[in-house]
Design a protein around this ligand. Sequence first.
Ligand code: HEM
Ligand code: HEM
Length: 286
Amino acid sequence: MTDAALPEPMLAPAQADRGDHEVIYRHTRVVRITHWINVVCILLLLMSGLQIFNAHPRLYWGQKGDESDHAFLSMLAYPTGEDTFRGETRIGDLKFNTTGLFGATVHENRGLPWWATLPGERNLATGRRWHFFMAWIFAINGLVYLVSNAVNGHFKRDLALSRGEVAPRALWRDILDHIRLKHPTGEAAKRYNTLQKLAYLSIVFIILPLMVLTGLTMSPGFDAFAPWLLTLFGGRQSARSIHFICANLIVLFIIVHVVEVFIAGVFNEIGSMITGRYRVKLGDHG
Ligand code: HEM
Ligand code: HEM
């Protein structure tokens, strides 16, 4: 794609740099602050959520769950001695020995190990308190991000996909560039690439809102106020399963996101999310 076909770059150039680089102003203050608050919220929500999951490490579809065999995912513990266990994870009819990770550490019957949960020891009440407190901060922070960026034009300018970008040939080229770890320079490096936009759009407008909605569906108090949520998600157990699956998709997003940050240049990338200033290598690879 030629530069003429590309949308306007993210933000105004900050200053010219010496040599073969220029410095641009890439992220506004509101994006930077809400991003890092979000990182803390997601980490604490995930770990406290896994503490809640451990209280009943089985997932079901529909309105009701029980101890019987209709869970589509379960992490179970079987005694193998006086105080030893074998952990077994079941997905549908498939069974995996996951001792030490899921189902049971050798000496303890628990869905996920201590390092994945908040608090580390088994304590559902404290986990729930953390989860519901952080959910408020997460939701308010998310609203600030959504409203301010809708008003200041960030979504339209930097995240919206143009028709040219989603054309199969352009998309394929972007995928190949990613596989070859080929990173854009010059004008193209000043904006998010197509796969990056797709990932951010899905996380911001699909996965994170789904977390809020399915989380609210699990709250009996909120169901009294909005009973249509239970109908929308097909019951409380379905909402819980979607909440859990989306939490896993968030983990997957974070792994790819952080790997990309390292590949693209960890100091420049993280520095830009802290100060807003980003060094772009001059060149013409678009
Ligand atoms: C406003 C946002 C959120 C709300 C209102 C919310 C609400 C809830 C509720 C009500 C539960 C079930 C609590 C219980 O049964 O005692 C839950 C569980 C859980 N949450 Fe959230 N949550 C939110 C965001 C998140 C986020 C962002 C993550 C992950 C990154 C997350 C991960 C989990 C996990 C893994 C569970 C355990 C699933 C289960 O076994 O029930 N939650 N959440
Ligand atoms: C330690 C973990 C994380 C690091 C180091 C990190 C780093 C970054 C960096 C450097 C950027 C700017 C990319 C660029 O300019 O090309 C960015 C953008 C972004 N990150 Fe993260 N991130 C982390 C965790 C997360 C999490 C947990 C989420 C959400 C679940 C997230 C969502 C986003 C989004 C949506 C953007 C685009 C923001 C916008 O322009 O509106 N990040 N991240």
